[in-house]
Design a binder for this molecule. Sequence first.
Ligand SMILES: [Ca+2]
Length: 183
Amino acid sequence: MLDLRAYNPDEQPGDSLGWRILVEPSSGATISNLESMKNGEFTMISTFNYFPPLHFNGIDRFVLVADEGDRLTQVPFEVHVKSVQDAPIFTSNSPLEITAALGSYFEEEINAYDPDKQLINFKLLYPPRDSKWLQIKSHTNDSNGSIITIGGVVPWESSSGSYTLIASDPSGRFSLTKYSIGY
Ligand SMILES: [Ca+2]
């Protein structure tokens, strides 16, 4: 790309040859810092930054031109942006401080979604020596994401502890959120 050179075969005094964008990227990507540099009789692209939109993958197209003022040459580009998978994202607050009453049933709903719309798996990690009273009670998936409910009857002998919830997708990418439960 940076080697792309243009040449004005019939340069007149005062002509200036430069590169510019003719058609913006079809994906909505941003092209910035497009700058040209004169190198002998050629005008080269010296700087060029291309930022595809977040989560975009597929084929993107744009057109640059080398413009000398009265005539121009179009150079069409096709960019293949590979898909990169993302980890699930918790939309509930994190970390969460929760107060639960000893001996009573406690429940908390947690929301997460996967930017690639993959199925999310949840796993709960316990503090050391925990009686594992807290469990994943329900887990629903729809196109907007996952809702899971963690809950259980708080044992009388509980002392405050920190629980970690892991959300992972089939590719193994994961996020975690911590819950600090006090009594
Ligand atoms: Ca994913």
